[in-house]
Design a protein around this ligand. Structure first.
Ligand code: AMP
Length: 425
């Protein structure tokens, strides 16, 4: 039996991989405009990093991590998300000492979660995320939200809903926590065992439970917005006023709590509203994490960030039927006939590539007709045909595939000829 790709993972084949590159290039370009720089961290980290930051009551830490012991008996974990590692690196590399704060970073790479695979949910998926660490200015919250919306807009996505909420500061969260306990405790035995554990450890996470989401107590649960203290209220009002000022539409949803432990103040998600998009509509999730740097051994450095997966981004593009402006076409395919012409085409294809064209030739010793068909399949803009007679005269026939016209040009002038023709297009 042949070996198959592991469950929940996928191969990204040519034809698809161009879509990935396209989205990555858009996201990177938007990051450049907002002045965020790339950080690359390892794919595995000490397990402790995630138990301490993501939180040991979360699904990620309790059920979803790919944890293993290496040959040195260290417990390591394939990263399930990006923020923890970026914050670890921020602390370890003393980025807090850089005079200009916040430190504005972006990352992209595979993340690993042992989840039940379904449409839009993989065990290995690629996230693109940003983190701005070292400022508590609400303008940064608005900037980060503007950045993600700009990425989607630049790709042409329109059917989106930006949902935001405030989880408040520690004092507000504590007051809300007490209210949640009072609300759920009398009937907690009607909830799943996970929620029963959450009640004492982190009752906010009950609101995020996938199993009990239809329980009647969910709808009547105390809203965090009623427990925000004046400072948290003012912070949230400032964030929304900045969003208003830059014309970013949003919906406030007091039930948005986000799955990870480290969030406070601003939390947000972007949902796809495209018809035909799968059951899981969240495209992007983010929020503020003011205590995380300290939890991981650094000085007080408030942060905010988001992450989206390229998988769901592509699904949203397909659901909105947005055309992919990816061009797989070849500039020039060389059809060589006869041994001498084939030999000569080795140097010729190299010359074209060196001059900056995408170029290819036949490697299967095929007849002229089959080579011409190959050129068609490769969507070559030009087919350059080198026969023995032509070679003897140092010339080559170049066919413009779109126009159907052809010219006979000197071999020494081929690159200049193609340049002129391509510029004219
Ligand atoms: P989270 O880190 O869970 O807040 O997720 C942030 C974003 O990552 C989500 O909004 C999705 O776009 C994406 N994401 C999370 N889990 C998966 C998964 N298992 N497969 C694909 N994308 C995912």
């Amino acid at each position: 039996m042949s070996v198959k790709v592991p469950r929940g993972t996928q191969d990204i084949l040519p034809g698809q991989s161009e879509k990935w590159q396209y989205i990555e290039s858009i996201a990177k370009d938007v990051c450049r405009r907002y002045h965020y720089k790339e950080i690359r961290t390892p794919i595995f980290e000490h397990t402790e990093l995630f138990t301490r930051s993501v939180g040991d009551t979360t699904d990620i830490v309790q059920k979803e991590m790919y944890t293993f012991e290496d040959r040195g008996e260290r417990s390591l974990t394939l990263r399930p998300e990006g923020t923890a590692a970026v914050v670890r690196s921020f602390v370890e590399n003393k980025m807090f000492g850089i005079p200009d704060q916040p430190t504005k970073l972006f990352y992209t790479g595979p993340m690993f979660r042992y989840e039940r695979p379904q449409s839009g949910r993989y065990r290995q998926f690629v996230q693109f995320g940003v983190e701005a660490i070292g400022s508590e200015d609400p303008a940064i919250d608005a900037e980060v939200i503007a950045l993600i919306m700009d990425i989607y807009k630049s790709a042409g996505l329109k059917k989106l809903n930006l949902v935001i909420n405030s989880l408040g500061d520690a004092e507000s969260r504590n007051a809300h926590r007490e209210a949640l306990i009072a609300h759920f405790e009398p009937r907690i035995d009607e909830f799943c065992t996970d929620c029963q554990t959450r009640l004492a450890k982190n009752p906010l996470r009950i609101l995020d439970c996938k199993k009990d989401r239809d329980h009647e107590l969910m709808a009547t649960a105390p809203s965090i917005l009623d427990y925000l203290n004046d400072e948290s209220k003012a912070y949230f009002a400032k964030v929304t006023s900045y969003l208003d000022a830059i014309g970013i539409a949003y919906t406030i949803d007091p039930k948005l709590v986000r799955g990870l432990d480290y969030y406070n103040h601003t939390a947000f998600e972007v949902m796809s509203e495209a018809e035909g998009f799968g059951a899981i509509t969240t495209l992007c999730g983010g929020g503020r994490y003011n205590g995380l740097v300290q939890d991981l051994g650094g000085p007080e450095s408030p942060g905010i960030g988001f992450a989206f997966s390229i998988e769901r981004f592509i699904a949203a593009m397909e659901a909105e039927r947005i055309e992919w402006p990816v061009d797989n076409g070849l500039d020039c395919f060389i059809v060589a006939l006869g041994i001498e012409a084939k030999d000569h085409s080795v140097a010729l294809v190299h010359e074209l590539r060196t001059a900056g064209f995408s170029a290819d030739r036949d490697y299967q010793d095929r007849k002229m007709k089959a080579q011409l068909k190959a050129s068609d399949r490769q969507k070559a803009r030009f087919t350059a045909i080198l026969g023995e007679d032509e070679l003897a005269e140092n010339r080559i026939t170049v066919k413009d595939m779109a126009e159907g016209s052809q010219d006979n040009v000197l071999l020494s002038e081929l690159t200049d000829y193609l340049k002129t023709k391509m510029e004219a297009k």
